[in-house]
Design a binder for this molecule. Structure first.
Ligand code: AMP
Length: 283
């Protein structure tokens, strides 16, 4: 596996592969790899000739009071894990390589970024995500890019970016990888002390309770949210948001038919965690 730090060098490597008609898969990440990241790499490895993983803690998607400075970083460990998954190139640029002096462009996607994490974290978050993903897609020009359904709103933002800017790339969303007790894997789980780690299991249990209510025939949006909220209440968690929204454009759901996304964000101990579940009923 090659570790590449400059855009010029990366472009050379990808160009050589493309000249040989080899397909290119990209997995964008911020590092601190866990099984969720590795599942994306495996998917990319299974379907592409050249697999590029980007490792870049993107400063522009963090707010001033968020965890940019303490975000877990361990490039040597990440490189070993990526190599173990058969990744060909780890693209690990310095911030100045991505945002040189005079950088002046921001991509803003309206509508779907006004709610959930866009409302909670502020517009800068998805502006930062959309801008860095657009740059990575421009730099690598992959055939396919892989994202985790863990960040469901991010997947919608990336799909909209690709559609609206006519980018020639296929976006694949991979399922959420969970710990044995159901907690969604996240680089931020390292912030949890043992008590908070236990408390955090309530997020997935809440989503499961909502799914169970739907299975029992509940279709009222507020009642489905309440089924989840009761579990959070019992665990002493006050969610930042807990909302049922349409799966494609994040509109509020008063009555469930078809597919909807139940999304939750909450501060648990020292971590801000998100999780979600798609709820489906046949029409
Ligand atoms: P991050 O490094 O947190 O920006 O995540 C990089 C990619 O991995 C994103 O597409 C995430 O959605 C995805 N990812 C993170 N956690 C998980 C998980 N538990 N299951 C599946 N994908 C994940």
């Amino acid at each position: 596996m090659r570790i590449i730090r400059t855009i010029a060098e990366l472009r050379e490597a990808v160009k050589a592969a493309k000249q040989d008609r080899r397909s290119v898969g990209l997995v964008p990440t911020m590092g601190a790899f866990h099984e969720g990241h590795l599942s994306l790499m495996r998917e990319a490895r299974a379907h592409n000739d050249l697999v590029v993983v980007s490792l870049f803690v993107n400063p522009t998607q963090f707010g001033p009071n968020e965890d940019l400075s303490r975000y877990p970083r361990d490039e040597a460990r990440d490189a070993a894990l990526a190599e173990g998954e058969g990744v060909d190139i780890l693209f690990a640029p310095e911030p100045a390589e991505i945002y040189p002096d005079g950088f002046a462009t921001t991509i803003h996607i309206s509508g779907i970024t006004d709610v959930l994490d866009g409302a909670s974290r502020g517009a800068h978050h998805f502006d930062g995500v959309a801008t860095v993903v657009a740059k990575l897609l421009g730099i690598v020009a992959p055939d396919v890019a892989y994202f985790g359904q863990k960040d469901a709103q991010q997947v919608l933002v990336v799909r909209r970016l690709v559609r609206d800017l006519n980018l020639d790339v296929q976006i694949v969303a991979c399922p959420i990888v969970r710990e044995p007790d159901g907690l969604a894997m996240s680089s931020r789980n390292v912030y949890l002390d043992p008590a908070a780690r236990q408390q955090a299991t309530a997020l997935n249990r809440a989503l499961e309770a909502a799914a169970e209510a739907v299975e029992q025939g509940e279709r009222d949006g507020a009642a489905i949210e309440d089924a989840a909220r009761r579990i959070l209440d019992d665990a002493g968690i006050v969610p930042e948001y807990l909302e049922l929204r349409t799966a494609d454009d994040l509109q509020p759901v008063t009555r469930l038919d078809g597919e909807a996304l139940l999304a939750v964000a909450a501060h648990v101990g020292a971590a801000r965690l998100i999780d979600n579940r798609l709820l489906r009923v046949s029409a």
